[in-house]
Design a binder for this molecule. Structure first.
Ligand code: NAI
Length: 388
């Protein structure tokens, strides 16, 4: 794959639009296909606006903006993908629709064209199974907004060839993204390891330990996270975040570690999605003052530690199960969701024995499998080891 090859992007929503912008900026002729003309028009206008802003800021000049925009073709005709070197799919998150589309892409494109999915939650193996040449199918998972977030998860399915994997990763590395390699398991790295950031925060709230504002304050002020969990869930949308949690929970055969929260479900059912609906955990109506946190340091530390050890446990377990390398697990969380530190590095710093003993205390108090420490954590403490 080189810059002379055309990149196809299917789906001109928020992700497809961002991915097409990246490909065109990196020098590729880029074809963006969507069945919905309104979505195409919106994407075209939004990319134009972003390029204009980059010119205003002096990041690129007008000629460059024109060149980038000139490389983009917006169309509703999927057969335009015929000569593409790669097609990246970013349509609605529905397995049957994606399978149908991949079978169609295989008919339209040449034999060597890589077919990639940007899915967040579906298995790449099941998408690939719709193709005769499943070895050329792979997951390439960008984060939102794609042009700004450096991380991209590369997910070979069991069927994916080494050549497809190497070519896809090489291409995305060439786009100056930080790629991490992950197994085709639910949530890949980020959406798996990050679950407790939401789930444990919601549980702490439900138990009446603290309110939303206090939990957010503890995680940002004491933990150094860029956004607190409730602010972040309101930003992502409680409908979307809840669905991801439910999907991951079911995909892990209902492991209690990933159990969704009624609080989030009710917020979603009420239409309190967050910023996009004007109300979520917080009220975003004009003139409403945000609630003040209780800045009790002892309480804040208890909250932070409880969420942090759960996050670390998740990261350690992902390493234990060979989902990704320790470097990639840490990179994924710092570059994909802006964590202040890699979780395994963080674990070394606060002491693995400390993490283990906090988890053991939670597990014995609650009597819940949710808090079971990873076997790898136990072994490392027993052998007096650190991750780095
Ligand atoms: P979106 O709803 O903004 O855009 C989807 C677009 O696909 C729409 O414009 C729709 O008209 C089009 N579409 C639907 N079916 C189509 C078909 N058969 N042929 C052509 N176009 C079709 O969705 P969004 O948020 O961009 O997500 C797209 C994919 O990216 C999903 O698989 C999602 O799980 C994944 N993803 C989303 C992230 C996010 O934060 N929104 C982050 C990473 C991945």
């Amino acid at each position: 794959m080189n810059n002379n090859q055309t990149v196809g992007v299917l789906g001109a929503g928020s992700m497809g639009s961002g991915i097409a912008q990246i490909a065109a900026t990196q020098g590729h002729q880029t074809i963006l296909v969507d069945l919905n003309e309104a979505a195409l028009a919106k994407s075209e206008a939004s990319i134009q606006k972003i390029l204009a802003r980059l010119v205003d800021k002096g990041k690129i000049d007008q000629a460059e903006a024109d060149t980038i925009f000139g490389r983009l073709k917006f169309t509703s005709d999927i057969t335009d993908f015929e000569g593409c070197g790669i097609v990246i799919e970013a349509i609605i998150e529905n397995l049957e629709v994606k399978q149908k589309v991949f079978a169609e892409l295989e008919r339209i494109t040449g034999d060597t064209c890589i077919l990639a999915s940007n899915t967040s939650s579906l298995s790449i193996a099941s998408i690939a199974s719709a193709c005769n040449k499943a070895e050329r199918v792979i997951g390439i998972h960008f984060f939102n907004p794609a042009p700004l977030m450096p991380l991209v998860e590369i997910i070979p399915a069991v069927q994916t060839s080494e050549e497809t994997k190497d070519t896809a990763r090489g291409l995305i590395d060439g786009w100056k993204k930080v790629t991490v390699l992950t197994k085709d398991t639910p949530g890949f790295i980020v959406n798996r390891v990050a679950r407790p950031f939401y789930g444990e925060a919601l549980k702490i709230y439900e138990e009446g330990v603290a309110d939303f504002a206090t939990i957010d304050w503890a995680m940002t002020e004491l933990g150094g996270f860029r956004m607190g969990p409730f602010t972040l869930m309101d930003y992502i949308g409680n409908d979307i975040n809840y669905t991801v949690t439910e999907t991951v929970f079911a995909a892990f055969y209902y492991d209690p570690r990933y159990r969704p929260s009624f609080t989030q479900k009710r917020h979603s059912e009420a239409g309190w999605y967050g910023r996009k609906s004007g109300r979520g955990y917080y009220d975003y109506a004009e003139g409403v003052t945000m609630p003040e946190p209780n800045k009790d340091e002892k309480l804040g530390t208890t909250i932070l530690n409880r969420v942090l050890v759960m996050l670390i446990n998740e990261a350690v377990d992902a390493l234990f199960l060979n989902i990704a390398s320790k470097e990639d697990i840490d990179l994924a969380m710092t570059k994909g969701v802006n964590y202040p530190k890699g979780l395994l590095k963080w674990a070394d710093e606060i002491g693995l024995d400390n993490v283990l003993s906090q988890l053991e205390t939670l597990q014995s108090e609650y009597g819940e499998d949710r808090y079971r420490p990873s076997v790898l954590l136990r072994r490392m403490v027993r052998d007096n080891k650190t991750f780095y």
